[in-house]
Design a protein around this ligand. Sequence first.
Ligand SMILES: Nc1ncnc2c1ncn2[C@@H]1O[C@H](COP(=O)(O)OP(=O)(O)OP(=O)(O)O)[C@@H](O)[C@H]1O
Ligand code: SF4
Ligand SMILES: [Mg+2]
Length: 317
Amino acid sequence: MNKPVLSLEEVSVSFGSKDPIAVTDRVSFEIFPGEFFALVGESGCGKSVTAMSILRLLPTPSAKIISGRIYFENQDLRTLSDAEIRRVRGSSISCIFQEPMQALNPVIPIGKQLLEVLRFEKKEAAMERIKKYLKLAGLSDIDRIWKAYPHEMSGGMLQRICIVMALLPSPSLIIADEPTTALDVTVQAQVMDILKRLAQESNTAVLLITHNMGLVAQYAARVGVMYAGRLVEMGPVDQVIDSPTHPYTEGLLAAIPEGHTGVQSITSIPGNVPDPKDFVEGCRFGNRCPFYTPSCNAYPPKQGDEKHYAFCIRKSN
Ligand SMILES: Nc1ncnc2c1ncn2[C@@H]1O[C@H](COP(=O)(O)OP(=O)(O)OP(=O)(O)O)[C@@H](O)[C@H]1O
Ligand code: SF4
Ligand SMILES: [Mg+2]
């Protein structure tokens, strides 16, 4: 079998220097080369914290990875020096954020910013490659875009430019944290199509972070469902959709709205994600779960097989 490009083993992150509170708990998953993998869950479940822990982009000194290992292309990212992790960030792992302006400098023309990514290459060849990618990303009038400043572009155009920027260093992995949440639905679909197609063509793996199960269903091959800092279900997308094991996954699926617009919280199951200070060792979904029994107060057992599993005492059909 293929070796994973990224592997998280029981990663936990805490916030707070004086009385640290664990916000994620033993999160483990693997992403294989060229694979489109999604982490899904409601707001506050720990998706971004998990993604940011990979690249050590968590706010310091308050956030700490308190346990676990993060392997990327056979190296443990936790053991790298600051200079080494910066090199990984600039070349092997790229990020796309919800707000494109997080990645772009507002006072530098777009062409110049894209050239900067390929500053070690010959300028002519770099320009040619960038323009080719911009076209592949569905952008026309490239000469105008080249000279334009970010504020002159629409949100959808900027996110396409960010996809190009992320792909230019030929990374093995792109982490895309809610890349289309700020866009309207039609543009969202166009941007997701481009991300998927260009990543596929360059055999780049994608870690998509989203609260939108509709996007997962449409684009990802495998999904990890997060709830209250833990991974509660993992599996191939079609299996998870056809036969979800965890009641929380069922709730998320029931909340897929018409037109895949996505939701911030699930309305089909009452209640909210608990605050990390109220996290319990037993099942954290207990107070919202229609199948709760006192046995759920212990850490829920893993059930299923290596491909598709969930942490819940309830036996699936
Ligand atoms: N800078 C911070 N300081 C303290 N707690 C934080 C900080 N950033 C995140 N958290 C906490 O960590 C938990 C997980 O947050 P995270 O941002 O990973 O959620 P998320 O799943 O990405 O949600 P969203 O869909 O809203 O982006 C939350 O309870 C949040 O309050
Ligand atoms: S362990 Fe119990 S409370 Fe938790 S999801 Fe399963 S049935 Fe519900
Ligand atoms: Mg987030």
